[in-house]
Design a protein around this ligand. Structure first.
Ligand code: 5AD
Ligand code: SF4
Length: 450
């Protein structure tokens, strides 16, 4: 324990993707040696807002939260540090300080390892600091090795940034060029996570299957090889990776779904649209048929695999026929889970300037139609699990007394009426009931055929 005199308090609010959740954890890891402990906002000496810029209203959400924090800071006579991190910080750096002068620090997603210096600079010079540079080095490898336990299910960032430049997307601008961490650093972090109690690791990256990291012998490994090496770690039971691009689903990675028993039979593979014309204007650099082919090959490799995806409706110029092509692809493929969004104009991205923007009402109608089908597919997928047996990774207690809860191979929450299952335990269960967003199960002694 650190001295109580040096005890400082911290609250991190996180918006957006899993990568931001991971980054927030790592920021807490960077600040812990300085004595920062995590508390609720109203008790915090320092509040970090880790922001997301992917869709609209990100800045409004940020400035409304900053308004609330200003009142809190004033009520303490200014004795509170406010930091804005993440993708809005990266994109709008100076503007944030101009609009919200009570902000002390704007820190882009590549500079989290520098938080201690930045805080010292603010304290010494008593002025706001902004750091939104993209250093050449990999930020993840500059962060401390010491991590707080994430529990039985842990996330591990292996890649960041994106070179694909889809015409709707801010990520290549906010997270920079695609960069893969070296394999040795990833394997070492994975071993530490397992030593700290992780049984399942989800590899993270904006374009995770584009990972091509330096191997210990100096050669370059593809993701399939990294997954094979990770699977050799004793005590690690499950592996996942997210988020992927169809163009990077190479043959070796598809084969890994057949050959790597620790790789879970569930893949998030965003397709965005079923129309070739829209996909071309999105600069996805593939057609709907590539997605169909990959789905087929994945199912041949791993017959019990389930797919999840992302969709955008109302992309500029999307016609009724284009939207019908998306609906056709969804009906043909069948998704266990999917996220769908109305196209949102992101300043600075090519599609934001397209002349043929779609009416909000049309976007709304298309989103509702798509989501109705996707919801039915999700419920149908959950219903189809009733009677099946599989392993569940237990993570804690259920919502009601006397229950334990965990995750299925397909990431569904699973609940059993048994309070004695320790987090981190894998147990075979039989699914007895499906709810729209979770499954009820009973424990079985049954052995599952491999
Ligand atoms: N408008 C709507 N949805 C978007 N996404 C990314 N950018 C936009 C945008 N400008 C969605 C994509 C992506 C997911 C993370 O967010 O579907 O896969
Ligand atoms: Fe954005 Fe993904 Fe396209 Fe990269 S591949 S630009 S992260 S949508």
């Amino acid at each position: 324990m650190t001295e109580t005199a040096s005890r400082r308090t911290l609250h991190i609010t996180t918006w957006g993707c899993q990568m931001n959740v991971y980054d927030s954890g790592r920021m807490a890891d960077v600040l812990r040696p300085l004595g920062y402990q995590q508390v609720a906002t109203q008790d915090a000496d320092m509040v970090i807002l880790n922001t997301c810029h992917i869709r609209e209203r990100a800045s409004e959400k940020l400035f409304s939260e900053l308004g609330r924090l200003r009142a809190l800071k004033e009520s303490r006579g200014g004795a509170m540090m406010i930091a804005v991190a993440g993708c809005v910080a990266q994109a709008e750096g100076a503007e944030i300080l101009a609009r919200a002068p009570h902000v002390d620090l704007v820190v882009g997603s590549q500079a989290y390892h520098r938080l201690p210096e930045l805080i010292a600079e603010i304290e010494q010079k008593r002025r706001a600091v902004i750091d939104t540079d993209f250093p050449a080095a990999q930020k993840f490898d500059l962060l401390p090795e010491d991590q707080a336990s994430q529990g039985p299910i842990a996330f591990l960032a292996i890649q960041e940034g994106c070179d694909k430049f889809c015409t709707f997307c801010v990520v290549p601008y906010t997270r920079g060029a695609e960069a893969s961490r070296p394999a040795a650093a990833i394997l070492a972090e994975a071993r530490r996570l397992v030593a700290g109690g992780a049984r399942e690791i989800a590899l993270l990256g904006q374009n995770v299957n584009a990972w091509h990291g330096e191997a210990p012998d100096g050669s370059t490994w593809p993701l399939a090889r990294l997954l094979a090496e990770l699977a050799d770690i004793d005590g690690l039971a499950r592996l996942r990776y997210t988020t992927s691009h169809p163009r990077d689903m190479d043959a070796a990675l598809i084969a890994a779904h057949r050959d790597n028993p620790k790789l879970m039979p569930f893949l998030h593979l965003p397709v965005q649209s079923g129309s070739d014309a829209v996909l071309a204007r999105m600069n996805r650099r593939h057609g709907a048929d590539l997605f169909r082919r990959i789905a087929g090959e994945l199912r041949a490799a791993r017959p019990d695999i389930a797919l999840s995806s992302d969709f955008i409706v109302g992309f500029p110029g999307e016609t009724d026929a284009d939207f019908a092509a998306t609906m056709r692809l969804v009906r043909e493929t069948g998704f266990a889970l999917a996220y769908s969004f109305k196209y949102s104009r992101r300043p600075g991205t090519p599609a934001a300037d397209a002349a043929d923007q779609i009416d909000e009402a049309v976007k709304d109608a298309r989103l509702q139609e798509l989501q109705a089908v996707l919801r039915d597919q999700q419920h149908e997928f959950n219903r189809a699990q009733v009677g099946r047996s599989f392993e569940v990774l237990f993570t804690g207690s259920g919502r009601h007394p006397g229950q334990s809860a965990g995750r299925s191979p397909y990431l569904q929450p699973v609940v059993v009426d048994d309070a004695d299952i320790a987090p981190g335990t894998l147990r075979t269960v039989k699914i007895v009931q499906s709810n729209p967003n979770s499954l009820m199960a009973s424990l079985t002694q049954e052995q599952i055929a491999a």
